[in-house]
Ligand binder design. Structure first.
Ligand code: PBG
Length: 328
């Protein structure tokens, strides 16, 4: 059967019918809002490369949390920007680290917030790599594992609800799971940045987190975007090591990976709409070239359609606000 019997447009003529047959939506409770907390900062300061996103002092980190929660966003992922770094990034595991202090502050003011922490050494090492450097000057996988696990444990002890390792060392999910279990935290879930690509879309984030590598790049541990076939292996390994939620990152340019992951895995999947994706929409919208709201929502719907259960996005509070307005 074909035209004129088949007319796909019949289903598109009436807005009530379009609403009835819409499959995909995005809801505030599916969003995770990334926040940057900066040690020794006096007042909030806008991140130049990410309009609308702020560096927050520890003492005021509960403010964006409380504001987002009013609109239904309940999950947050914290990135710490410490004042002092050290060669092996072991300062990341201090019980008084900037992230631990932030967790305690949020708990005190917004006890219901779901607090996730990013676990990675790049903002804490003097060289800016995500693991420690070995004798060869390259990132040494196995000696990084205990440091990452200690960092995760410190966050959980401070009250984090979930940890999210983003370093891409092999075996880090297992190392974190074992240490958390041994310390009595077997109920704390791990969201693994599993298929994380060496992407230039992270540019604005590295300014925000002060975490650009001094020498070299991250292609020795993050994945090559010109290869597609190792993504399912990475996801599978993290699942076997004890990850509860698997993440694909970045978002919009990696929806093929996300869709394939959806076909192969039944656990919850997350996708990260990263800093570059956010800043590109912001910049084009500022110039009047695209409609910020429509482009942001379309991107998030596309991620949901590809199979994401959860989306990490800098638009989270804004999207929640837009959705609320639409419902009115
Ligand atoms: C830490 C980390 C990065 C991002 C999340 N965790 C940066 C990187 O890997 O260089 C990027 C997030 C973003 O761009 O919004 N390793």
């Amino acid at each position: 059967m074909s035209f004129p019997v088949q007319r796909p447009r019949r289903l598109r003529q009436d807005s009530r019918l379009r609403k009835m047959i819409r499959q995909i939506s995005v809801e505030p409770q599916q969003l995770i809002y990334p926040l940057f907390v900066v040690e020794d900062l006096e007042k909030p300061r806008e991140i130049a490369a990410m309009p609308g996103q702020m560096h927050w002092p520890v003492s005021r980190i509960h403010e964006p949390v409380a504001a987002a929660m009013k609109n239904g966003v309940e999950a947050f992922i914290l990135f710490g920007v410490p004042s002092a770094k050290n060669p092996d990034g072991s300062c990341a595991a201090r019980p008084d680290s900037v992230v631990c202090e932030a967790i305690r502050n949020i708990r005190q003011h917004c006890s219901e917030a779901y607090i996730i922490t990013d676990v990675c050494l790049c903002a804490y090492t003097t060289h800016g790599h995500c693991g420690v450097l070995g004798a060869c000057g390259c990132v040494d996988n196995d000696s990084s594992l205990a440091l990452l696990a200690n960092m995760a444990l410190a966050h959980v002890k401070a009250g984090a609800d979930m940890v999210a390792p983003s370093d891409m060392m092999d075996g880090r999910v297992g190392a974190i799971r074992r240490l958390l279990d041994a310390e009595g935290f077997s109920q704390v879930p791990i969201m693994a940045y599993s298929a994380k690509y060496a992407s230039s879309f992270y540019g604005p984030f590295r300014e925000a987190a002060g975490s650009a590598p001094g020498k070299g790049d991250r292609r020795g541990y993050q994945m090559d975007f010109a290869v597609g076939r190792d993504a399912m292996t990475e996801l599978q390994l993290d699942l076997e090591e004890g990850a509860d939620i698997l993440m694909v990152k970045p978002g919009i340019a990696y929806l093929d990976i996300l869709a394939e992951a959806r076909r192969q895995f039944s656990c919850p999947l997350a996708v990260y709409q990263v800093s570059g994706e956010y800043s590109m929409i912001k910049a084009a919208a500022e110039k009047g070239w695209v409609d910020e709201r429509l482009v942001a929502l379309e991107s998030l719907i596309a991620m949901r359609r590809a199979g994401a259960d959860l989306i990490l996005t800098y638009f989270a509070p804004q999207v929640a606000q837009w959705l609320k307005e639409e419902k009115k």
